[in-house]
Design a protein around this ligand. Structure first.
Ligand SMILES: Nc1ncnc2c1ncn2[C@@H]1O[C@H](COP(=O)(O)OP(=O)(O)OP(=O)(O)O)[C@@H](O)[C@H]1O
Length: 529
């Protein structure tokens, strides 16, 4: 490369001076750059529960029965918009929507209520709404919300499609019936499911059709962006009545007067146009909360005199009531630091995210042992949740935890997204998460629905840079340092040593994962045959 440079008439050979590259400014499409803003303030609510005139009285009554007094901001925005857009169902295609609002801000009801309201006025039983979630536990949670609002009030049937107890063939009978005149007909209006089970039915269940779908909801939508490559969404698209490009012309409108409306929800919705392209969104509308970072004013657009939001969209928001801390400590001090914080900060209803099943089990046993040996403090009730725990036990632990019968729940990331457990007061991130999204969802298990909550991340010196990076990409500037002196931990030294000794003799301390055991039993059986 010629790095010569000319000054006056002299040429400097191999000059080191280089031209600075101009930074290319990212230009977002109009709909992403100019969203409708959702407030993150759940304390000063403006719309009372009977303040949305379009909403059915029975739904309002059910909200009141739950003790809700006001709508949350995402609900104020989404409910009237989704109900009113239905008026244009017979005239033109309906716009799709992407909704990005903080964890615990009430996104579920912002689609459940308008879907029920819209479907109740469509009398014939057909599969009209499909809600897809990334895990069975989340699908069950959303199914329960639909069931509560439909029960004894509306002639609608919601069905939870799940693989736990039924074969595909048996489940078919729950979804369809055969009519000699009309062929296969749906006997449900709303299906809540996960991608895997849905695709199984699309492939193998004769008569299972998405041709009448009015709503397609992807909750925790960004968690599907990887799965998109596994083509389940393509399968769904191919089964819809219209699967062409999202361009509404007189011709497309003539042949396909109605098109399934896509609704995407998440606290960390991707705003990468490339990823969203797969979803073939039609004139999408973005509803999002934005962060206003301290000391940064939004620049003003000279044409519209409005703040330019484009640059600020795409940073994730967390609930206003969440207080975030980090504790710097070496790996080996983590267990006692955790124990010390529980004892001295009076932490109750704590959920702790740990990176593997084995670590979940070890930490649970260690904390339980420490508590048994600690005669100076009241007993601590610690339990664990990971994929080794059966669905039944899982549900029972969550219930006990919500009822205050378990103090500390240690778990893997399986509980990090979307799970709504009442009154978690503190989340411990035992390891630094690799990506900002993981951080946002884990800390989002507390400070839900306007309640206060704390999140504490344990950061080892080796992971300090990683944590700074994660916080920067998440747009977080207000994570405070919580100091724990090593001298504070000395008081537990004896019980710690005794606990470790005791655990070494515990056969379950190094527990084999259940699926390994199951595989071994299966292999043995095969050998015996
Ligand atoms: N208007 C309201 N008033 C009081 N509580 C509400 C209201 N709307 C929803 N909630 C409660 O808020 C909690 C959180 O709601 P939801 O699970 O829908 O949050 P989310 O935004 O989907 O969170 P995540 O992103 O973590 O999935 C639930 O327990 C729900 O019952």
């Amino acid at each position: 490369m010629d790095e010569s440079k000319t000054i006056s008439d002299f040429t400097l050979v191999n000059s080191q001076e280089t031209k600075k590259n101009k930074k290319v400014k990212r230009v977002l499409p109009e709909w992403l750059a100019k969203p409708t803003i959702i407030s993150v303030d759940l304390k000063h609510l403006e719309v009372p529960i009977d303040g949305i005139p379009e909403l059915d009285a029975a739904l309002v009554q059910k909200l009141k029965n739950k003790g809700f007094t006001h709508f949350f901001p995402v609900q104020n925005q989404m409910i009237p918009w989704l109900i009113n857009i239905q008026k244009h169902w017979d005239e033109t295609w309906l716009r799709d929507a992407c909704i990005s609002a903080p964890t615990g801000s009430g996104k579920t009801l912002s689609y459940v209520l308008p879907i029920i309201q819209t479907l109740k006025s469509m009398p014939r039983r057909r599969l009209r709404a499909l809600i897809v979630l990334p895990t069975k536990v989340l699908a069950m949670q959303v199914f329960k919300v639909f069931s509560y609002f439909i029960k004894n009030a509306f002639d609608l049937k919601v069905y939870l499609m799940e693989s736990a107890n039924l074969t595909l063939e048996k489940e078919k009978n729950m979804l369809l019936r055969y009519d000699t005149m009309r062929g296969w007909m749906s006997i449900v209006d709303i299906v809540v499911t996960t991608p895997g089970r849905l695709v199984d039915h699309l492939y193998y269940t004769e008569g299972f059709s998405l041709k009448n779908l009015r709503f397609l909801v992807l909750d925790e939508a960004d968690s599907f962006t990887n799965i998109l490559q596994n083509d389940w969404l393509q399968q769904v698209n191919e089964n819809l009545a219209y699967n062409g490009p999202a361009i509404c012309t007189l011709k497309t409108l003539k042949h396909w007067p109605q098109r399934t409306q896509r609704l995407l929800f998440s606290a960390t919705l991707t705003q990468d146009p490339e990823k969203l392209k797969f979803l073939k969104l039609f004139e999408p509308k973005l509803f999002t909360s934005i962060i206003k970072r301290k000391n940064i004013e939004l620049p003003i657009d000279s044409n519209t005199n409005e703040p330019v939001r484009g640059d600020f969209v795409g940073k994730y928001t967390t609930p206003k009531e969440l207080k975030e801390y980090m504790v710097l400590c070496p790996e080996e001090n983590k267990p006692l630091t955790f124990y010390h914080l529980i004892r001295t900060k009076g932490l109750k209803r704590v959920i702790c995210f740990v990176k593997s099943k084995l670590e979940v089990h070890r930490l649970t046993r260690l904390l339980s042992r420490l508590s048994e040996l600690d005669t100076n403090n009241s007993p601590l009730r610690v339990n664990e949740i990971s994929s080794d725990v059966s669905q039944k036990v899982h549900t029972s632990y969550i219930k006990q935890f919500s009822d205050g019968k378990i103090d500390v729940l240690i778990c893997t990331d399986s509980l990090a997204r979307g799970i709504d457990i009442e009154r978690i007061s503190c989340v411990i991130l035992y390891n630094v998460p690799k990506y900002p999204k993981n951080y946002i969802h884990r800390v989002g298990r507390t400070a839900r629905a306007g309640h206060k909550g704390k999140a504490i991340t344990f950061v080892t010196p080796e992971h300090k840079n990683l944590f700074t990076k994660v916080l920067n990409s998440a747009g977080k500037t207000d994570v405070k340092n919580m100091k724990v002196d090593i001298s504070d931990l000395e008081q537990y030294e004896k019980i710690y040593i005794d606990a470790l000794k005791a655990l070494k003799t515990e056969s379950t301390f190094i527990k084999k994962p259940r699926n390994v055991i199951r595989k071994r039993i299966k292999k043995n059986k095969q050998l015996q045959q």
